[in-house]
Design a protein around this ligand. Structure first.
Ligand SMILES: [Zn+2]
Length: 242
């Protein structure tokens, strides 16, 4: 569930991200009139099994929804709610309606599962974890950009395609499209520090971003957010996703 908005006396307009059809807007009739238990099912961050029928015009009709995978602990942590909310806003801004994006769906599931494990009191991951919330968001954001065809380049200059030798540090810029070499850098505004070569090598395998240091994860998250915001504006979002 990406978003819900009240509609009329008792209905909800919901925006869901589904495995089969991608982003689907739907009307949930009498969802606000029903019991609190039913309403819980329409909260974000759980994986729901839903039954949809095509309705009038663009809106489908949500017939039923049950929780398939519950992530109750995620809902208790403000920072994890923020992270999950950011991922949902990214999908809403970039993923075209009614286009199945199974890789993005899988990446979102992985992100939410990871956030739930971090917050669950029974897990040992909180103690031994080598991953950060920022790192998980970077992994998700990079995959989202990759799958939708806006991927950031780390193995070569995004401007002139000159390969970046492994181990070589470089500046990374959302406006540039990834790594920007020294020759191309004057044309690309960036107030960031260069990222170490080992970090950039690590990013060529996207999943490794989850284990970045807090400092590098935060720097990359800023680049990913900027890249997603720019892309959202380029495809017509007026407010972007800041
Ligand atoms: Zn270049």
């Amino acid at each position: 569930m990406l978003r819900t908005a009240p509609y009329g006396e008792a209905d909800l307009i919901v925006t869901m991200f589904t495995e089969r059809e991608g982003v689907v807007p739907a009307i949930a009739k009498r969802a606000r009139a029903s019991t609190p238990k039913r309403r819980l099912f329409l909260e974000p961050f759980h994986t729901l099994a839903v039954e949809l029928t095509s309705g009038r015009g663009e809106l489908s009709s949500l017939r039923s929804a049950i929780i398939d995978v519950a992530r109750p602990h995620l809902l208790d942590s403000a920072s994890h709610l923020d992270a999950g909310g950011m991922a949902c806003r990214w999908i809403r801004a970039l993923s075209p309606p009614r286009v199945a994006e199974p890789e993005v769906f899988a990446a979102l599931e992985e992100l939410l599962d990871g956030l739930e494990r971090e917050t669950a009191p029974t897990t040992t991951e909180a103690i031994t974890r080598a991953t950060t919330t920022e790192g998980r968001l970077v992994v998700f954001g990079l995959e989202l950009l990759d799958v939708l065809g806006y991927g950031l380049a780390f193995d070569a200059c995004a401007r002139c395609s000159k390969p970046r030798p492994s181990g070589k540090p470089a500046f990374v810029s959302a406006e540039g499209g990834g790594v920007v070499c020294e020759a191309c850098r004057p044309g690309v505004p960036s107030d960031n520090r260069p990222l170490p070569g080992a970090v950039l090598d690590q990013l060529q395998h996207r999943a490794n971003a989850a284990t970045l240091s807090i400092e590098h994860a935060a720097q990359l998250l800023a680049v990913v957010r900027d890249a997603i915001d720019r892309r959202a504006r380029a495809i017509g979002s007026k407010k972007g996703v800041r």
